[in-house]
Ligand binder design. Structure first.
Ligand SMILES: [Zn+2]
Length: 368
């Protein structure tokens, strides 16, 4: 049994941090492939040129077409080869970040990640989620190393719709509870095979959870007004760095499997990753028979920041018994991380936990 902690080479965060990108880029190479959406491309390329000083970097800009799929990854590899790229800069949300990581991996060159939203824990991890050209989940691509540099400009993140920040909190909410389950079960980490989590991974996951409870509401209110405060800095770090390190080195368990289960219902497709993961976390706690005070704490947090606590809030109105059965079966499919739980989990147990969680959430809403 060996323990493992994974982390990006550097993590930089702050208001106007983008203005430091040149010095980090100059450490990694001289010919960049810069990919992202239109807005991300324009502010990144300006910042690179403005912050380079004496050094020179060739920067080829290539607009991301919108899906993290083999077609787009191969297209960007061809563009990189044609331009003699020796490092990649990927700027935007989860899909362009995952694409940039995959391209850099195939090219065997370093990568700088510039997240423009704090909606998921994708930026720091050594993992790309690959979809088909049509946007259906295809596979996890586990990479041999984490990004070389992750640079988050909080002023940019605060300009994005607040829904993204709240969804990132939902994703980060699962981190501690899933790591705690993996520590209890001592089963191999589904992503890197190590076991059990390091003390550091558990401590970072705990800090992630405590930071959400302490700063979540304040950060949400500030970003609604598009301003950055110490609470916004704290939540961006929790959503991006702490959640990333915590999930990758602490392990995943029930919350993310319940998320995957709900994707079989069309009605859930309008909701963001973290919104489904938040309800998945509540379901995991009920499934595991956790103390009521823990469940109440998570319910209260979700309700306060606007994460779903019941099926209706997840966009699923009056589901049938069969539909929830389908979700439960997909949740417990072979290879799902819910099997990292310290006892054997069946579809019937998940089905019961979903109904019970929904009832608790509805009850909570009445009293809130
Ligand atoms: Zn997640």
């Amino acid at each position: 049994m060996s323990r493992m902690l994974l982390a990006p080479g550097r993590y930089i965060q702050g208001v106007d941090a983008i203005n430091e990108i040149g010095s980090h880029a100059a450490n990694l190479g001289s010919k960049a492939l810069l990919t992202g959406g239109k807005r991300a491309l324009s502010f990144c390329s300006k910042a690179i040129q403005a912050s380079l000083g004496e050094k020179e970097i060739g920067c080829h800009e290539e607009k991301f077409t919108g899906e993290c799929c083999d077609t787009e990854i191969n297209r960007l590899i061809e563009v990189s080869k044609a331009n003699g790229t020796d490092f990649v800069i990927s700027a935007g949300g989860g899909k362009v970040i995952d694409t940039g990581k995959a391209v850099a991996h195939e090219m065997k060159v370093p990568v700088i990640i510039v997240p423009t939203i704090a909606a998921t824990d994708a930026p720091c991890s050594a993992l790309s989620v690959i979809y088909t050209d049509e946007g259906v989940f295809d596979r996890y691509l586990v990479l041999p190393k984490n990004p070389d540099c992750v640079l988050v400009d909080t002023a940019v993140v605060a300009q994005a719709p607040v829904n993204y920040l709240v969804s990132g909190m939902g994703d980060a909410l699962a981190t501690f509870w899933e790591a705690d389950t993996c520590a209890k079960s001592c089963k191999p980490n589904a992503l890197n095979g190590s076991t059990p989590p390091t003390l550091s991974a558990i401590a970072l996951a705990r800090l992630c959870y405590d930071t959400l409870l302490e700063h979540g509401l304040q950060a949400k209110l500030a970003v609604e007004r598009k301003v950055v405060t110490p609470s916004v800095e704290a939540i961006v770090e929790a959503n991006t760095l702490l959640s990333g390190l915590g999930f990758e080195s602490g392990g995943l368990a029930g919350s993310h499997s319940v998320h995957n289960g709900f994707t079989v219902l069309e009605a859930s497709h309008g909701k963001l990753h973290g919104q489904k993961v938040a309800f998945g976390t509540l379901t995991q706690l009920v499934l595991e028979g956790r103390p009521s005070k823990d469940i109440q704490e998570v319910l209260n947090f979700c309700h306060t920041v606007g994460l779903p606590v019941c099926l209706e809030e997840l966009g699923i109105d009056n589901p049938t018994k069969e539909e929830i059965r389908q979700v439960a079966e997909a949740t417990t499919a072979e290879g799902e991380t819910i099997h990292s739980t310290w006892f054997t989990v069946t579809a019937s147990m998940v089905e019961a936990a979903i109904w019970a969680t929904d009832a608790m959430g509805q009850e909570f809403r009445k009293g809130a």
